[in-house]
Design a protein around this ligand. Structure first.
Ligand SMILES: [Zn+2]
Length: 236
């Protein structure tokens, strides 16, 4: 009898540990370095990526500048997994530019204050598929948009070349009393098969960004390392 109770206890412990692990890993691993970056970005310039740069042979260029605070698969609360990358510019809202990582057709839904989505008809890594790149937090805490006036609310299917200026990083969270740290959230969203995009909030509807950007952006492989372009062989 005691042996059974012990066995059940161990199983419950394993389930809880499995469930909590990504959350604990994010809290202890990444939060501390992000805090140090936010306190003094200029002393940690080597932790930053740069908008418009390309890491090696990656199909996408980098959509903004700053420190990659969170990656795909990080967890901010038990049971939740982050669907994209968060890049913290280290500057005030409305200062750090955001550019298109890859060409495509831009849409901004009528009620989107801080968000754009760009349709890519042919995924460079899987040419048979259509994918979508999603850019958000481009507004101030009150919802004042930092998106380029070229893309007003309701804009639909506007062609943008790679590197096109889209807007600036902001701190919009939907709650003016509780803004996020100034950053860009960038993700790749799967197509729904009907010509539209799936719900971006669910990690299963998104793709691992790593092979698209040439960065280590998968939380299960990069526990807490700084995310920068790997050095190129011909740099030496
Ligand atoms: Zn995010």
């Amino acid at each position: 009898m005691l042996r059974w109770i012990f066995a059940i206890f161990i199983v419950i412990l394993l389930v809880v540990a499995y469930f909590l692990y990504p959350w604990v890993r994010t809290r202890v691993g990444r939060m501390d370095r992000l805090r140090r970056w936010m306190n003094n970005p200029s002393t940690h310039a080597d932790w930053a990526i740069k908008a418009g740069e390309r890491c090696g042979e990656a199909p996408f260029s980098l959509p903004t500048s700053g420190y990659v605070g969170f990656v795909w698969g990080d967890s901010f609360r038990p049971g939740h997994q982050h669907q994209g990358m968060d890049v913290f510019g280290g500057d005030a809202p409305g200062k750090t530019p955001v550019v298109a990582a890859y060409p495509g057709y831009l849409t901004r839904l009528p009620d989107w204050k801080s968000t754009l989505i760009i349709r890519i008809p042919s995924d460079p890594l899987n040419p048979e598929s259509q994918i979508w790149t999603y850019y958000t937090h481009m507004a101030d805490k009150n919802g004042g948009s930092y998106i380029s006036p070229e893309f007003p609310a309701g804009a639909s299917e506007i062609y943008v070349a790679e590197g096109t200026f889209l807007g600036y990083q902001g701190d919009f969270s939907g709650d003016p009393d509780n803004p996020v740290g100034v950053h860009l959230h960038f993700s790749i969203v799967k197509d729904d098969g009907q010509g539209s995009f799936r719900n971006e909030l669910e990690i299963n509807n998104t793709l691992d960004l790593s092979p698209y950007l040439g960065l280590s952006l998968n939380a299960s492989r990069n526990q807490d390392g700084v995310v920068i372009c790997p050095p190129q062989v011909n740099d030496q």
